[in-house]
Design a protein around this ligand. Structure first.
Ligand code: ZN
Length: 203
């Protein structure tokens, strides 16, 4: 599947939002990919996961994605690969709480793990998952996402890992202090689409 086809699916499912958004990385943007709205369609999710699976290395034992965003996506990729799919969670409230593998999910020593994200912005959450895997004796072998909006071809090059994305997009984002939407009188405050009830509509 090509970037254009993936973006078409986002548009069709109303999952590409325009407005003034606070990303989980803390940066502000005028576009937001609400993957949950796309993955709400099991047929589309299945199609995306199979397309990704075809591009992945063959040496994977297990799939892990960070909650909440990548819970469904991890499951779909695991299903496409015929492998177990886990998710990590924060040990407490707030972004500062450490990421953990809970619910009895166990990595066997030496298991080769694929980390999946829905939208990759800075790669911060994925990198936290990599640390969890290493701490538990697993071996990260690759990172993959639906959308790559990091602006880099492979943000995990320094980790020595291959990175696969279904769609490469260039979307601007800014620190709050440099955000032109914050500076404008008309845009209204930045919203966090993920935590807002009924946020399917652009703000
Ligand atoms: Zn802003």
């Amino acid at each position: 599947m090509k970037t254009e086809q993936v973006l078409e699916l986002f548009k069709k499912s109303g999952a590409m939002l325009e407005g003034h958004f606070l990303l989980s990385s803390g940066r502000h943007s005028d576009r937001y990919f609400q993957c949950a709205l796309l993955l709400a369609h099991p047929k589309l999710a299945d199609e995306l996961a199979r397309s990704l699976a075809a591009k992945l290395p063959q040496n994977i034992d297990l799939v892990i994605g960070p909650a909440m965003g990548a819970v469904t996506w991890s499951y779909e990729v695991g299903r496409a690969l015929g492998l177990r799919a886990f998710f990590t969670e924060r040990a407490g409230a707030g972004k500062e709480a450490p990421m953990e593998l809970r619910r009895g999910f166990k990595i066997e020593p030496g298991e080769r793990v694929l980390v999946v994200e829905d939208v990759l912005t800075t790669g911060g959450s994925a990198r936290e998952v990599l640390e969890v895997i290493k701490k538990l004796g697993g071996v990260p072998v690759a990172v993959a996402s639906i959308v790559n909006r990091s602006g880099q071809k492979n943000p995990f090059e320094q980790d020595g890992l291959p990175y696969v994305a279904l769609a490469e997009v260039k979307v601007e984002s800014w620190d709050a202090s440099g955000c032109p939407l914050c500076a404008s009188k008309t845009a209204g405050p930045a919203i966090k689409p993920g935590s807002r009830p009924g946020a399917a509509q652009p703000a």
